[in-house]
Design a protein around this ligand. Structure first.
Ligand SMILES: Cc1ncc(COP(=O)(O)O)c(C=O)c1O
Length: 360
């Protein structure tokens, strides 16, 4: 069916714990829930949002200590690529795979040439093949975009800022898009936001959808000091691209509860780190191969087809992401989002019984 053309992970059945959607396992902060309720009570949904999103831009700028003039609020980080491709009309693109699955269909439908560079698999982690990038840089002369998620989804690998700076220097004529959708929930992964001070060819993407666990509201932003590009995006973007509830809630929450929400992010990172370690140790005991991750999810490689494992887990109330749909991964790969301890223990127990069943 046409509306099933896009290969995302699917929706978790309502009777399953969802380990497939990678968002903050702590859920929506109470203050945000409270402001959502107030927005409904005040009938915010019956007006268009302020077209310029002035208050939202200022709240985001204050919260992240960045320049409000360099921000474009987005209907989720995923909106950015469509805007950038729309205004830049690049003749070529370079992507690093496996990655978030929406890039290829876009390039395909626009008949854009793209180069796919595969992350290199080491035993228990992946790494960016910098030497390939370096040799290709001499042959790319056209207007191009270079796109990678940092940390990468689904690999969890994080490229150091110093490496990204070298890429910016090597590809001066290209626009480098660094999708930091998961960075606020990741450990040992430094943001590239500071590079925007010295380089105009970088665009950083952020997803508050992931950070504050609001996939039903959707909010992100792009950040760049390239004023020419910002000018074009401002004219090109869809009017009212964020809805009035999202605009109201985050304009207020980021400003009025700045310190609380900053602490919430720090605490989230801490919990995710502890829980990821718990999951890694448990997977190790179960002899399930996994890859080192900085992100709030772990890529695993089962001995058996992930579809079979997934079906068995589903019967026991657990839903994981079949990662075989990601470019260059195999039918054995799955992705597990880090959740809170009770759910993580449930996953491990259920996995254990599925594997025991398999070997008996
Ligand atoms: C790398 C990456 N960027 C962006 C997104 C989408 O973010 P948002 O929901 O804010 O559009 C995802 C979703 O999983 C993702 O994996």
């Amino acid at each position: 069916m046409l509306y099933q053309l896009r290969a995302h992970g699917g929706t978790a059945p309502s009777n399953c714990i969802d380990f497939s959607t990678p968002i903050n396992p702590l859920g929506v902060p109470e203050v945000i829930k409270q402001i959502i309720c107030e927005s409904i009570k005040d009938g915010v949904y019956s007006s268009y949002p302020d077209y310029s999103y002035k208050m939202l831009r200022e709240a985001v700028a204050e919260f992240y200590d960045i320049n409000h003039e360099f921000i474009v609020p987005l209907n989720g980080a995923a909106e950015a690529l469509y805007l950038i491709v729309g205004v830049e009309r690049p003749t070529a693109a370079m992507i690093f795979e496996p990655t978030f699955g929406d890039h290829r269909p876009l390039f395909h439908i626009l008949s854009m040439n793209y180069i796919s560079i595969q992350y290199t698999e080491l035993f228990d982690r992946y790494t960016l093949p910098f030497n390939i990038l370096s040799s290709l840089s001499k042959s790319i002369h056209s207007r191009c975009i270079v796109l990678f998620s940092n940390p990468n989804n689904p690999l969890g690998v994080c490229v150091p800022v110093e490496t990204i700076e070298k890429i910016l220097q090597m590809y001066r004529r290209c626009i480098i898009i660094v999708d930091e959708a998961f960075i606020e929930l990741s450990n040992n992964c430094e943001s590239t936001l500071r590079l925007t001070r010295d380089y105009e060819n970088i665009i950083v993407l952020r997803s508050l959808t992931k950070t504050f666990s609001v996939p039903g509201l959707r909010i992100g932003f792009l950040y760049t000091s390239n004023t020419n590009l910002l000018y074009k995006i401002e004219l090109f973007r869809q009017p009212w691209n964020l809805n009035s509830i999202t605009n109201y809630v985050f304009s207020r929450a980021l400003h009025e509860y700045r310190d609380d929400l900053r602490k919430f992010i720090e605490y989230s990172k801490h919990v995710i780190e502890c829980e990821r370690q718990f999951l890694e140790q448990s997977l190790h005991k179960l002899r399930i191969h996994f890859y080192r991750s900085s992100a709030p999810f772990i890529l695993v490689r089962f001995h058996t087809d992930v579809k079979y494992i997934g079906q068995s887990l589903r019967r026991l109330g657990v839903w994981i992401r079949d990662a075989s749909t990601f470019q260059s991964l195999t039918k054995y790969h799955g992705r597990i989002s880090v959740k809170l301890r009770k759910d993580n223990e449930r996953l491990i127990n259920v996995l254990k019984s599925v594997l025991e069943e398999e070997y008996t």
